[in-house]
Write a new protein. Structure first.
Lengths: 70, 427
């Protein structure tokens, strides 16, 4: 596990959907096109893709945060 | 709605909120002057902070967060801040803030003064929605009395945010004060203190502050002598629906739901209680004896919420009523977050089809999928409240839901609503 989790700012998000194309393993889209995040901790091998999803979001709505312990 | 009978005059050793004098003279005769200490007296502040913590008071605005913890967070953010009195009461079935501010405004304002002194804040802002002029007039009048007598230390003023369900959400209220935009703000970490500009903000519900005023004056003892050991004190509950005497009652925390509802005299056998507000939870007869306390309510998937109980009689349609509530909540969203802006109207549509008996076999499954999809995905908890209400309706009114989805709506689904809405809500 990477110890990171993906957070979406739902106010900023406008359903471009790039994140789910880049990282379908952790991000799916609901019926209206808005991202749904997998609750499980982000596996280490997906971190590079997650960082790309953060970078490529036109709305800057995605952040990667350290999972809080305890 | 009216205040229930509460003939006993206030006594310092008995904690209750209702029945206090409304003018400053009576207020001071009952309680003595506002005894806040000078700002340099740190031992006074520590003593008040310990009293609050020892009291076990929790927020009465819906979140149920310990008041002492919220105060500690604000204190850690520095001095010179603002205490916000949240009297927005956007919940259509709630009347307690109105009652408190029109009957005992000095109790509420004193609570804000004690917390202002504790946090070294210099400003108190009472938020009363536009249009609710009687409440604003009562508070303005009370503030006038206090100014004339040089009674209070921190400045007190009334401000008038828009009258919308969402406007009282704490980040929306702070945002409105700061920018004039009455919209919730996404905070990735809800544990960070609220601010106005760079100044800290302490925001509390009207009722919470009235409790603070009594705890600060009389210590935690009288408060703790009411309610339950693990959840002490009293609370105000607005009862409405299929009852002869709707209104606000003050009950000990932990009073069974059925006893609270009985205070308003139900007009017929009750099939469900909507507990905690329109974004609350339907509770069925199996759980009517549940104590009105957070821990007990949590075990049945409910929450105390904003102090609301709506009784639904047996000649009402729980599906139709829930569909109206769902529509109302969908209409009242801020429209900022996709899952809420698209999800709640879709959920309301599904439930309306069920209520009219026009749902085909797939609608119920679609509704349940949508409820799971929308939950927890807004900047604020508005969508979560709507989801909780609908999910509990599917359980409590399961037999009706089944009949409705077979295309056989109950005979009561065309009845006019017994739930109160600020404007008509169609099905």
């Amino acid at each position: 596990m990477s110890g990171l989790r993906i957070t979406i700012d739902p106010v900023a998000c406008e359903a471009y959907g790039y994140c789910s194309e880049i990282l379908p393993e952790a991000i799916s889209l609901d019926e209206w096109g808005y991202p749904m995040i997998d609750d499980r901790p982000l596996p280490a091998e997906l971190v590079a893709l997650a960082k790309r999803a953060v970078r490529d979001c036109p709305r800057r709505a995605i952040t990667l945060r350290k999972t809080r312990i305890g | 709605m009216t205040q229930s009978a509460n003939p006993a005059p206030p006594r310092a050793d008995v904690h209750h909120l209702l029945g206090h004098p409304s003018d400053l003279r009576g207020h001071v005769e009952t309680h003595g002057p506002l005894n806040v200490a000078l700002s340099r007296d740190s031992s006074w502040r520590e003593s008040l902070a310990s009293s609050l913590e020892a009291s076990g008071l929790t927020g009465r605005g819906g979140g149920g967060f310990p008041a002492a913890a919220k105060v500690a967070l604000a204190r850690s953010a520095g001095s010179g801040g603002t205490v916000i009195v949240n009297a927005m009461e956007g919940e259509p079935a709630s009347d307690k803030d109105k009652l408190l501010l029109t009957r005992a405004p000095h109790l509420v304002l004193d609570g804000a003064q004690y917390l202002a002194a504790l946090c070294r804040a210099d400003r108190i802002v009472v938020c009363v929605p536009t249009g609710r002029d009687a409440i604003a007039a009562a508070v303005t009048n009370a503030i006038g009395e206090r100014v004339a007598h040089g009674y209070a230390r921190a400045s007190e003023e009334v401000v008038r945010p828009p009258d919308r369900f969402i406007a009282g959400e704490e980040s929306a209220l702070t945002n409105w004060l700061e920018s004039g935009r009455s919209l919730p703000v996404f905070r990735a970490d809800k544990g960070t203190p609220l601010r106005l500009g760079r100044r800290p903000v302490l925001l509390h519900n009207t009722e919470t502050l009235a409790h603070v005023a009594l705890i600060a004056r009389h210590g935690p003892g009288p408060f703790r002598s009411r309610g339950m050991t693990e959840e002490p004190g009293t609370c105000l509950v607005t009862i409405s629906g299929s009852v002869a005497h709707p209104g606000v009652v003050e009950v000990d925390r932990g009073t069974p739901l059925s006893s609270i509802a009985a205070r308003a005299n139900p007009v017929e056998p009750v099939q469900g209680l909507l507990v905690g507000g329109y974004g609350g939870t339907w509770v069925g007869p199996d759980h009517f004896e549940t104590p009105y306390a957070s821990l007990s309510l949590r075990t049945i998937g409910a929450a105390a919420g904003v102090g609301v109980i709506v009784a639904l009689g047996q000649t009402c349609c729980g599906v139709a009523e829930s569909a109206r509530v769902a529509r109302y909540l969908a209409d009242q969203g801020a429209g900022q977050c996709g899952p809420c802006a698209y999800g709640l109207p879709a959920i309301a549509d599904d439930l309306a089809l069920l209520a009219r008996g026009q749902a085909n076999g797939n609608i119920l499954a679609q509704l349940q999928r949508r409820l799971r999809a929308v939950n927890g995905r807004g900047a604020c908890r508005h969508p979560d409240g709507a989801v909780s209400m609908v999910q509990s309706a599917l359980v409590v009114f399961a037999a009706d839901i089944a009949a409705h989805s077979r295309g056989e709506p109950c005979p009561y689904s065309r009845r006019p609503t017994v739930l109160a809405f600020p404007r008509p809500i169609g099905l």
